[in-house]
Design a protein around this ligand. Sequence first.
Ligand code: CA
Length: 121
Amino acid sequence: MAITGLPTTVGDDIVTVTPGSYHSVDGQAGTDKLVLNWATLTTDVTWRDIGYGWWRFEDSFSSAVDFYAFETFDITTGSGNDRVGGWGGDDRFVTGAATIPSVAAWARTRLTVARAATCGP
Ligand SMILES: [Ca+2]
């Protein structure tokens, strides 16, 4: 299944996304976690602000998720040159080659980088 954890509620939700599909999900109220199990991807995963409080993780090829009102992230990406982030919550990132923005903002982040990592703006 490409996405699990739906429908979201006003309580705490965990939504998990796997590769090969596009989804749009609103976490609603509560403390919600978005899980990306994208370890098999060989493409570059990025994230960006798409407006009105919505953000998107995508690989610009086969997989994307638009999300709103998620507080924490558990992100696993593949062998691409990925650039991902969160809000400084209790997140987990497992990447291949990674660029991790803003070191100071990551004091509470548990970071696991499988191979090369670069810290920068
Ligand atoms: Ca929720």
